[in-house]
Design a protein around this ligand. Structure first.
Ligand SMILES: [Zn+2]
Length: 165
């Protein structure tokens, strides 16, 4: 079974806040640690799919994520700890998106445009990655429980190639 390999969704790839840093700010959202990585971008800059996936959610949370898109990997991956899981990646604070739930996206497909919607102090996207297990009817649930909102650090999985060639 394949290992997870993530293409850079935004180029140049600049992480302005790493995964897992503690901050009391996140308590309001129910967790203790930064549950994703913040990627620098400019307003309107395209964000591209980091893997082959299906769009599972497009929604707005004015006081949190802003306009966000959830992508479910088409494949299941085997992780270094032995877990086999699919991956859900969420991009937040978008200014706009052309995608709709149910769309299949290949690596590099347009996911949305950078912005600063929701709880955000400037243009960036907060990218949250979760390992998930499928349940019934195309639904899925978090595969693990932790104080970072059940997310994992994507850092070891970048293949260092831009998603959009
Ligand atoms: Zn963030």
């Amino acid at each position: 079974m394949q290992r997870l390999s993530l293409y850079y969704p935004v180029t140049p790839h600049i992480v302005t806040r790493i995964w897992g840093v503690p901050d009391v700010l996140y308590r309001e959202f129910g967790f203790e640690l930064h549950n994703g990585v913040d990627l620098a971008l400019t307003h309107g800059q395209p964000i591209h799919a980091p893997f082959d996936c299906r769009v599972t959610k497009v929604a707005v949370e004015p006081n949190g994520s802003g306009l966000y898109v959830c992508l479910l990997s088409r494949s299941q991956y085997e992780f270094p700890d032995g877990m086999k899981a699919r991956v859900e990646i969420t991009f937040m604070h978008l200014s706009n998106t052309p995608v709709r739930v149910g769309m299949n996206l290949s690596v590099g497909a347009l996911v949305g445009y950078g912005g600063s919607t929701g709880r955000s102090t400037g243009p960036h996207t907060h990218m949250a990655s979760k390992r998930v297990h499928m349940t019934l009817w195309g639904r899925y649930k978090d595969a693990e429980q932790n104080t970072a909102g059940n997310t994992f650090d994507p850092e070891p999985y970048w293949n260092k190639l831009p998603a959009k060639a």
